[in-house]
Design a protein around this ligand. Structure first.
Ligand code: PMP
Length: 380
């Protein structure tokens, strides 16, 4: 009874600290805490209990990759079947510590080891800001960041990897690979290809696709991602990377992820909750921004969504906001208590920022209030 009381007190303290942090200044982190409200109400269906003696071994139960839990492999396939956002037939599933680890596993697997120069890694700007830093932090001789894919022209036998993020972080638009020639391989990062962010137009059918629970259910802290890989040799090499890097992936986390994803398949309300929440947020943001000329955000084309069976507008996880008057938008917004990430990190310029749309509802409302005040300040 006393431990229950301590737990309950700690939970309320944590909530108060969260609220105080929200009021003091806004964080525009990438944390998808928007989903918390849903799971507070529906979370019981995926409670995971692991006894002290269970799952102690390094080895999981998949025959193909020693660290993969078969339950997770199966539930991922069912989830994609229900959502219709990716082809899983004829694909090998490699599990990673978030899709961040799988991205690195893909670089390792796709870079030929015998080249005189490193394989070039490119992505159309504005690109996800972690790509350059993750690619180069170990100064590998296997691969090297080479910047904006739209200006990259490979020579006939140049080895390169093109990262195609669709819908894109930070801009939200749907993308396709753009580089041709050379000996290239596209990696499709589909972290946001879920019906609450973009209309599902057809099942994605690429050779190497990356997904994550972070953006599909909001459980970023579980650190589970998955790769759907056509070529067995590439999948095996990615699994080798994970063996060398972390000797596998937490089985506890895989089981929790399997329970969460299974609950998600059964309870379609989460898609409806998340889609309604995202539509509301984008409407709020646009209604504030159209009151003045100080800021602008991209327009998106609605499309038929096979999952919802209706025409829907994209509602990306981030707003790619442009300050139309200030050269350093991040600094300008920081002075008004709005924390964002400058366009410079994304291979763009400092008049743009990336604004997270996935924070808790209370933070989002404060963000909207502060933007509204900035708009009216300029109109006076
Ligand atoms: N790819 C993209 C495009 C992302 O935005 C993110 C998270 N911000 C990731 C990958 C990494 O996700 P994970 O939490 O699975 O490592």
């Amino acid at each position: 009874r006393s431990t229950e009381l301590v737990d309950a007190t700690l939970a309320s303290v944590e909530e108060i600290v969260q609220q105080l942090t929200t009021c003091a200044s806004l964080t525009s982190t990438r944390d998808p805490t928007m989903f918390e409200n849903y799971w507070r109400e529906h979370g019981d269906s995926c409670t995971t209990t692991i006894l002290g003696w269970q799952r102690m071994s390094y080895y999981a139960n998949s025959k193909q990759f020693f660290f993969v839990q078969t339950e997770l492999d199966q539930v991922i396939r069912s989830l994609h079947d229900v959502i219709g956002n990716a082809v899983t037939e004829g694909r090998h599933i490699v599990i990673g510590v978030g899709s961040t680890q799988l991205f690195q596993a893909a670089l390792y697997a796709l870079s030929p080891p015998d080249r005189a120069t490193p394989t070039k890694v490119v992505s159309v700007a504005p690109f996800y800001s972690s790509y350059p830093t993750i690619t180069d932090y170990l100064k590998s001789s296997l691969y090297q960041w080479a910047g904006d894919a739209s200006v990259y022209r490979p020579q006939s036998d140049d080895s390169y990897i093109e990262l195609v993020t669709t819908p894109n972080n930070p801009t939200g638009e749907v993308r396709q690979s753009v580089v041709s020639g050379g000996a290239g391989f596209p990696v499709h990062d589909l972290a946001y290809y879920w019906p609450h962010h973009t209309p599902i137009t057809s099942p994605a059918d690429h050779d190497l696709m990356l997904f994550t629970v972070s953006k599909s259910t909001g459980h970023a802290g579980t650190r589970i991602g998955w790769a759907l890989v056509k070529d067995l040799k590439v999948a095996q090499k990615m699994a080798k990377f994970i063996e060398l890097n972390t000797i596998g992936v937490s089985k506890d986390a895989q089981i929790r992820a399997a329970h969460i994803l299974r609950a998600r398949i059964g309870a379609k309300q989460l898609f409806h909750f998340a889609a309604a929440e995202m539509s509301y947020r984008w409407q709020r943001l646009r209604s504030v921004l159209t009151k003045g000329t100080r800021f602008s955000v991209p327009e998106f084309q609605p499309a038929w969504c096979t999952f919802f069976g209706e025409i829907r507008s994209p509602a990306p996880a981030f707003a790619w906001l442009r300050c139309n008057e200030e050269a350093d938008c991040e600094r300008f917004l920081r002075h008004s208590g709005i924390l964002t990430r400058s366009g410079g990190y994304f291979g763009s310029n400092t008049s743009f920022v990336r604004l997270s749309m996935l924070d808790r509802r209370a933070s989002f409302e404060i963000l909207i209030d502060r933007l509204e005040k900035l708009q009216s300040a300029v109109d006076m």
